[in-house]
Design a protein around this ligand. Structure first.
Ligand SMILES: NC(=O)c1ccc[n+]([C@@H]2O[C@H](COP(=O)([O-])OP(=O)(O)OC[C@H]3O[C@@H](n4cnc5c(N)ncnc54)[C@H](O)[C@@H]3O)[C@@H](O)[C@H]2O)c1
Length: 265
């Protein structure tokens, strides 16, 4: 059995979108390192399942809703009351997200706005709420699950690429403001990760192109990558755990690609 340092014992970690894919892997890995994990997800049933697995708390929350912070506060014991919501968490993994693919001229403005709300505004509001607690404790970790699309663009993904680039900017500002208080902020930038989201795309694209699923991965999805395989969610979670661990304490304000050479071009 692999041995894992329990260096996050006593820390509380809030992971958004933790009911599935990368978020679930992060929740598991941070719990393995000793953190008490708040599993936040739109899908309450999925959040419950993961929370039970990691001995954490499930929070059903829609990050697109204006009052979502109150919803989190009300379900997390020990967070202070008050109108300007504050959260007592040491680690935030901003992970929740979704994709919409369409040419700009057909891209629904309301979907564009929602992607920015969930993937930029919600991370800002969460960090804003937790920053006083992190600063006071002299320790904090913000890990933003960005993407190769935080560094590069692809056609038909206007909102997603815009949101990830914005998240990169936010992460750097948090790093600058948090540095003197032991608070770090980083982006992790994966290429295609083997999650339900991507696996469904593989099936759909194989049918559309009339080719085998393996060919979709190699010829279409991973065309720009040097290593032609999908990344596993656990590989992303391992990086997140490293950034939260004592070894990660000097890594801040940067973005770490896990992309099999995609961005080397
Ligand atoms: N899968 C990939 O290839 C890939 C690559 C790079 C970056 N990412 C990023 O990783 C993150 C996680 O993606 P994933 O592949 O694990 O996807 P996923 O669909 O498996 O999981 C995303 C989770 O976010 C939740 N969510 C979506 N909207 C929400 C909302 N409004 N409020 C609360 N929760 C919400 C979903 O319910 C879901 O459980 C996303 O930010 C995504 O952009 C994914």
């Amino acid at each position: 059995m692999r041995s894992v340092e329990r260096d996050l014992a006593g820390r509380t970690a809030l992971v958004t979108g933790a009911g599935s894919g990368i978020g679930r892997a992060c929740a598991r890995r941070l719990a393995e390192a000793g953190a008490h994990v708040i599993v936040a997800d739109l899908r309450g049933d999925a959040a419950e399942k993961v929370a039970a697995e990691v001995g954490g708390i499930a929070v059903a929350v829609d990050l697109a809703e204006p009052g979502f912070l109150e919803g989190i506060r009300d379900q997390v014991p020990g967070t202070p009351a008050g109108e300007d919501v504050r959260l007592s968490v040491d680690i935030i993994v901003n992970n929740a997200g979704f994709q919409h693919v369409a040419p700009i001229e057909e891209f629904p403005p309301e979907v564009f706005a929602k992607i920015l709300r969930v993937m930029v505004e919600a991370p800002f509001k969460l960090v804003r709420a937790a920053m006083p607690y992190m600063k006071e404790g002299g320790w904090g970790r913000v890990v933003n699950i960005s993407s190769v699309h935080g560094m590069r663009a692809s056609p038909y993904k206007a909102a997603y690429v815009t949101a990830k680039h914005a998240l990169e900017g936010l992460s750097k500002v948090i790093a600058l403001e948090g540095g003197a208080y032991g608070v770090t902020s980083t982006c992790v930038c994966p290429a295609y990760v083997r999650t339900p989201l991507v696996e469904n795309q593989i099936v759909a694209q194989a049918e559309t192109h009339g080719i085998e699923p393996d060919e979709v991965v190699e010829r279409i999805m991973l065309q720009p990558a040097a290593i032609k395989r999908l990344i596993e969610p656990d590989e992303v979670a391992e990086m997140v755990a490293y950034l939260c661990a004592p070894q990660g304490s000097f890594i801040t304000g940067v973005s770490i690609p896990i992309d099999g050479g995609w961005s080397a071009r």
